[in-house]
Design a protein around this ligand. Structure first.
Ligand SMILES: NC(=O)c1ccc[n+]([C@@H]2O[C@H](COP(=O)([O-])OP(=O)(O)OC[C@H]3O[C@@H](n4cnc5c(N)ncnc54)[C@H](O)[C@@H]3O)[C@@H](O)[C@H]2O)c1
Length: 238
């Protein structure tokens, strides 16, 4: 498969390595210093685009590729308020889009465990729930996209929580997400239910970026020749 990589930082490079190992070719690599190469003609050489840049650049890159009817796998976090607009562009261009806050197989299984745990804890109102995420200091957005996904899954099940907040809050309707920035952590997420009697905590710890990179390449393989919007749940058949 021919892939285009947009964003050639820590993730773009890790994805390139895995893509090569799986027999794919990067026919176009775009980073901040060669944006002029991101042309309709060049992008159409790719079967799928994999975009890992930043919260401020993702929407423009993603929609540009979709408008050329080239499917996109996007891992950039921090731009979800514009996701519906991107989905509409993908639909109009009859192409495919996968956006995931976290591409790792382990985290996507963790998401399913989180949903089930929240469902079990819904009637247990004596438990207070909090989320914590720990990432490296270069991370631009807080809370992490993964923590937001976890929080939204909890909010969907727990009627006693109204919204997430990125601070320690004493308001009973707030779901606190605590963000810590420590090097070199690639990403740890905790979901903790505490009562006076006991605690239940689930934790996912990424040891490196390989899991995210492999998941992004698996998503690109899944998306080739498909139209519509998908998540990792479909890619991994969870
Ligand atoms: N979804 C996931 O599984 C997952 C996992 C890790 C990181 N991320 C997210 O992916 C993004 C990238 O992470 P990273 O660790 O590779 O960051 P990074 O800072 O190492 O790399 C980002 C790269 O994008 C380039 N860039 C900036 N503006 C650009 C533009 N307009 N067009 C093309 N390239 C541009 C930068 O020069 C840099 O090389 C972040 O938003 C991060 O939160 C997602």
């Amino acid at each position: 498969m021919n892939i285009a990589l947009i964003g050639y930082g820590k993730m773009g490079k890790a994805i390139h390595e895995i893509a090569k190992e799986r027999g794919h070719e990067a026919v176009l690599i775009i980073d901040a210093d060669n944006l002029h190469d991101l042309t309709p003609e060049n992008i159409k050489k790719a079967d799928v685009v994999i975009e890992f840049t930043s919260p401020h650049t993702a929407f423009k890159n993603v929609t540009f590729c979709l408008q050329q009817a080239v499917p996109v796998v996007c891992g950039s976090t921090g731009w979800l308020e514009k996701l519906d607009e991107a989905k509409a562009i993908a639909e109009a261009a009859r192409t495919g889009l996968i956006v995931a806050s976290n591409f790792s197989v382990g985290v996507n299984i963790f998401f399913e465990v989180n949903k089930r745990l929240a469902q079990l804890m819904a009637p247990q109102s004596n438990y207070e729930v909090t989320l914590k995420e720990i990432h490296h200091t270069a991370k631009k957005d807080a809370p992490s996209g993964t923590a937001i996904s976890l929080a939204e899954q909890v909010l969907e099940q727990l009627g006693r929580k109204e919204k997430w907040v990125n601070e320690v809050s004493a308001h009973p309707g707030d779901l606190s997400i605590i963000s810590e920035r420590i090097d070199p952590a690639p990403g740890t997420h905790h979901v903790k239910y505490s009562s006076a009697i006991d605690d239940i905590e689930i934790i996912h710890t990424a040891h490196n970026r390989t899991g995210f990179a492999l998941g992004a390449v698996l998503a690109a393989e899944f998306l080739k020749d498909k139209t519509g919007f998908f998540g990792m749940k479909e890619v991994l058949n969870l």
